[in-house]
Design a protein around this ligand. Structure first.
Ligand SMILES: [Fe+2]
Ligand SMILES: [Fe+2]
Length: 284
């Protein structure tokens, strides 16, 4: 089926940020909220598995798209490729410092190898659903960035916030490709739920292994804080996911957060850097 969806949006900007990581990078890079680093590290480990899968899925459709959507999809591929490349470099040091996480990494690889054997149509639905979840994560983090990342390593924080900011910027693209290839609401809902379950499972598993490695698995305060994040996140995510599967819904109808898009505009293409995140640039 060829593309029938007209799009007038401009293509996202590909920013290949340069990050310099010390080989002795501290895996617990958020000392004031150490469990945050464990959660974020688990998410980072997932990226070099999930993002190549969704990129391959969208690439299967790219030749069938109209010129406007094709330009957007190509830029989207560029952004996602930059994301998982940056996470892979971060993860290499993380896994060297936390060898217990390597087994989780292998399970992630097996899971996405299995998903990669599903149909192209499912892959596109998964990509569209995963992108909706990523946008919701970005919106949730945006409002809490100044408390979540208080005292955190600025380079690691910049990696995660740059990634989330671009998830906001390109929130429509995979959904539009899914629709342009004739994908419907039920398959989108299946893709979104599958993406959510896989992400939740591996984030939980990676976080628990990370907490055990940093000897915080028995700290009640860590679990209470994570329970608060989880409940708050699901309280927002549940209704948003339900709304996303309704007929007529389009990701462009979801309100963008405020901080991340404005911070992204500070990217310097000459140096391929962002002003590193700090409490000074965070919203109050
Ligand atoms: Fe991404
Ligand atoms: Fe994305």
């Amino acid at each position: 089926m060829t593309a029938v969806l007209e799009t007038t949006a401009t293509a996202p900007t590909v920013r290949r940020l340069r990050f310099e990581w010390p080989e002795d990078l501290e895996p617990d890079w958020s000392p004031q909220t150490p469990e945050l680093a464990c959660v974020a590290n688990a998410v980072s480990m997932l990226m070099p598995h999930v993002e190549p899968y969704v990129v391959r899925s969208v690439r299967t459709a790219i030749d069938d798209l109209d010129d406007g959507l094709r330009a957007e999809a190509e830029a989207w591929v560029g952004q996602e490729t930059a994301h998982h490349g940056a996470h892979a470099r971060f993860n290499r040091i993380l896994l060297a410092r936390r060898p217990a996480l390597r087994r989780v990494d292998r399970w992630m690889a097996l899971t996405y190898r299995w998903l990669g054997r599903r149909s192209d149509r499912f892959g596109l639905a998964y990509a569209a659903g995963a992108e909706t979840v990523a946008f919701m994560v970005a919106r949730w983090v945006d409002r809490r960035s100044s408390t979540l990342f208080r005292g955190a390593d600025p380079t690691a924080t910049t990696l995660f916030l740059w990634h989330l900011a671009e998830e906001v910027e390109h929130k429509n693209v995979a959904f539009d490709v899914h629709r342009a290839k004739g994908g419907g609401r039920p398959s989108f809902a299946l893709g979104m739920v599958t993406a959510m379950v896989v992400m939740a499972w591996f984030t939980t598993l990676g976080t628990l292994v990370g907490l055990a490695s940093s000897r915080r698995i028995l700290h009640p305060a860590a679990h209470l804080r994570m329970l608060g994040w989880t409940l708050g996140f699901w309280f927002e995510l549940g209704p948003a996911m339900a709304g996303a599967v309704l007929a007529g819904h389009h990701p462009s109808a979801m309100a963008d957060p405020v901080f991340l898009p404005s911070w992204l505009r500070c990217y310097d293409p000459e140096t391929r850097t962002m002003p590193e995140w700090s409490m000074d640039v965070a919203r109050p």
